[in-house]
Design a protein. Structure first.
Length: 265
């Protein structure tokens, strides 16, 4: 498996510093948060996109994915969401990223309503993603935090270029065992976000291996099933300024994930 970290853990950090950290600590790739407060966002010019792509290519660090904020199950008109999905696919294509992350965002709708909206939008975006050479991944999050909930949507869409991003915290918070999450998500799985927290009531990010999330079980399961994709450490420093800074933990996090992979081999 390849290892990456998300720039959500280093909010606002220039790309040159992100690349330096990844290279120094042995990470194969980086998930780039796409937001106006970040160096990577939908408003980048063509020249800025080309420069960013060239910097990553020269370093040997891969751009794993573009972490967007489109909410595909949210109430409201379809076209603004579809326009955002198309723009995210274009950004991923331009930066050489194979994946685009989106959220469900179903809110207070009934599950049936939220599912139908997400299916309609993802189905409409699928061919655009295919033409761009990327996959749109629905993260296990908010209204669809379990694998079972996400696959209600993905199984109906039924398109190779629409898949799943397994956030192990959200499936755990949803009460789903890793074996059940994997069984549901495996046919659609793009990559896996790992993290650690103290409890269901305290989700301030912790160093990997120091909290309660079943990371050992998840990695062992993925290895046993022969899955050979990406593990991405999503350290949510942007939402928890009280958390210890990520850069000083990257070496230990890389070592912990390496140990888990070795033990499960």
């Amino acid at each position: 498996m390849k290892l990456a970290f998300s720039t959500l853990g280093v909010p606002g950090m220039p790309l040159s510093d992100v690349v330096r950290l990844a290279t120094a600590h042995g990470y194969h790739g980086v998930e780039l948060r796409a937001h106006p407060e970040e160096p990577v966002h939908l408003g980048l010019s063509g020249a800025e996109r080309a420069d960013a792509a060239a910097e990553f290519k020269a370093s040997g660090v891969e751009v794993l994915g573009i972490a967007g904020y489109a909410r595909v199950a949210a109430p409201g008109a379809d076209e603004p969401v579809l326009a955002e999905l198309r723009a995210l696919c274009d950004l991923a294509r331009d930066l050489g990223a194979p994946y685009v992350r989106v959220f469900p965002g179903g809110g207070e709708q009934s599950p049936d309503e939220a599912d139908a909206t997400a299916v309609r939008r993802l189905g409409a975006a699928a061919e655009y993603a295919a033409d761009a050479g990327v996959r749109v991944l629905l993260e296990t999050h908010d209204s669809h935090r379990t694998g079972a909930a996400a696959t209600r949507v993905l199984g109906t869409v039924g398109h190779l270029h629409v898949g799943a991003l397994w956030d192990v915290m959200h499936t755990w918070l949803g009460g789903e065992q890793p074996s059940a999450s994997y069984a549901a998500l495996a046919p659609y799985l793009g990559y896996v976000q790992v993290k650690d927290i103290a409890s269901a009531d305290d989700t301030v990010p912790l160093a990997l291996g120091s909290g309660v999330l079943p990371l050992t079980e998840c990695v062992e399961l993925l290895s046993r099933k022969g899955w050979d994709g990406w593990l991405c450490w999503e350290y949510e420093a942007r939402w928890h300024p009280e958390a210890a800074p990520l850069p000083g933990q990257l070496a230990a996090g890389r070592a912990h994930l390496g140990q888990l992979l070795n033990e499960s081999a």
